[in-house]
Design a protein around this ligand. Structure first.
Ligand SMILES: Cc1ncc(COP(=O)(O)O)c(C=O)c1O
Length: 441
């Protein structure tokens, strides 16, 4: 990319007007922004922990120093207005109706706790009946499943999982499976109080037709819908009015270049009153205000949102341009790997975002979750490749099928040779006759 070109897009990015023409970032500048990444590592796993460019780390450091220089003044005169400035930008980006609907919290895990705690109270206070149903996808994130156990099952709720196919071929397969599980939930005459739907599942990663599923929930009388969209911001289109959920959370530290850790939690104004699980002076003043002061701590990751917008607008097309190029690149790399190993992708390209599942050769003998960890460790320690791996147990009667899929990511810092390194590492394991059985824990 040419350093003296300008990002002259004049259209709105989900309602956020470009303030000025910014010079486009050059390849050298991108390299410099991520020069703190270990050079020898092929980091094709942005999905797990995201990334933060140097200029944002610097902006964060400046916020931290402003607090440390005069904390009292910072607390009384700066913190609230600056958190509000970040929330205001997010509100426009995600097309929410009202600023009160947007809270900043630590991460998607915290957001899930905030939402599910509300449902635990409803069960505990006898507002919901024991056995009333909460629905979630079978591929819900592990921590969210644990939260379900802690908040919903323990309070007397009945959790039903939606079994989804994988590999998956179409949205229709997901919609059908969702309807089936919903009918199962309603069969016993129970009320379905909540559906928890991922926007992009983590493992295996699949872009879920969330708008359609929310619509089905509305038609079928599901009371409320929470979308766990931990990966969504910076990875796919995030529009609160279009999606129509009651609650929606996305990390900003995964694909939106914020430092760890910050997420937004949208809560539809008409839905209900949520509370932060950490109670401080602002209790009762609305979730957004409660969340903006949960005691003395470092709030700097929440304050860099304006700087992050400046950063993404240095790329052609801003965040939408980044998303589009990441998607195209990850699909190309996924196909290259699948061709090299004679395997297949876990979903069609339109069902993936900046991450895609690629089948690994069956001869590696991936036979359990612990095998995936062994292989991942082996790739890290022997080939400097960082990539998560998914175990897909064979179904009854399936023989010789692919049982392991790698989840590859593409972010602006990735280079083609990192995917070649991964390809060659797997090829070498095959040539050397290495199977998971031979690898150590
Ligand atoms: C679908 C999903 N939900 C929740 C989370 C939790 O995110 P965090 O660890 O930032 O809270 C993740 C993390 O990868 C995720 O993929």
């Amino acid at each position: 990319m040419d350093s003296h070109q300008e990002n002259g897009d004049t259209h709105h990015n989900n309602g956020v007007k470009k303030q000025k023409l910014t010079p486009l970032i050059s390849e050298d500048e991108i390299r410099e922004e991520f020069s703190h990444h270990l050079k020898q590592v092929s980091r094709i796993n942005n999905g797990s922990f995201g990334c933060c460019p140097k200029s944002i780390i610097q902006a964060q450091r400046e916020w931290q120093m402003r607090f440390l220089e005069q904390p009292d003044d910072f607390y009384f005169n700066t913190l609230k207005t600056s958190v509000l400035a970040s929330r205001t930008l997010i509100k426009s980006l995600v097309n929410a109706e009202h600023i009160d609907e947007i809270s900043l919290v630590d991460n998607a895990t915290t957001a899930a706790a905030i939402v599910l705690q509300h449902f635990a109270w409803k069960f505990n206070e006898g507002i919901y009946g024991k056995g009333d149903v909460v629905l979630m996808l079978h591929y819900a994130y592990g921590a969210v499943k644990k939260s379900m156990e802690a908040y919903v099952t323990r309070a007397g709720g009945h959790v039903i999982e939606v079994e989804l196919p994988f590999p998956v071929k179409s949205d229709d397969e997901i919609i059908k499976a969702f309807r089936k599980a919903l009918m199962r939930g309603k069969e016993s005459g129970s009320r379905v109080r909540l559906a928890v739907i991922d926007h992009i599942t983590s493992m295996p990663c699949v872009l879920i037709p969330v708008k359609e599923l929310v619509k089905i929930c509305r038609e079928e009388g599901v009371e409320q819908v929470f979308v766990d969209a931990a990966h969504a911001m910076g990875c796919t289109t995030v529009d609160m009015k279009e999606i129509g959920a009651d609650f929606y959370t996305s990390n900003l530290h995964k694909w939106f270049f914020c430092p760890p850790s910050v997420a937004f939690l949208y809560s539809k104004k008409s839905s209900c009153e949520l509370h932060h699980p950490v109670v401080s002076h602002e209790y009762g003043n609305g979730l957004a205000i409660e969340s903006a002061w949960i005691g003395t701590r470092d709030y700097s990751s929440q304050l860099v949102v304006p700087s992050v917008l400046e950063f993404v607008n240095r790329f052609r097309g801003g965040i939408e341009g980044i998303m589009k190029r990441n998607h195209e690149a990850v699909v190309e790399m996924g196909k290259m790997l699948a061709d090299a190993w004679d395997t297949h992708l876990g979903s069609p390209p339109e069902m993936c975002t900046s991450m895609i599942m690629v089948g690994l050769p069956a001869c590696l003998g991936i036979a359990s979750d612990s095998d995936t960890l062994k292989l991942r460790k082996h790739l890290r320690e022997n080939f400097n490749v960082e990539v998560p791996i998914y175990f897909r147990p064979p179904k009854d009667g399936e023989v010789g099928c692919i049982t392991g899929y790698a989840r590859i990511s593409h972010q602006v810092y990735n280079r083609v040779d990192e995917y070649y390194t991964f390809r060659d590492a797997i090829n070498k394991l095959m040539v050397d006759g290495i199977t998971c059985e031979l690898l150590s824990n």
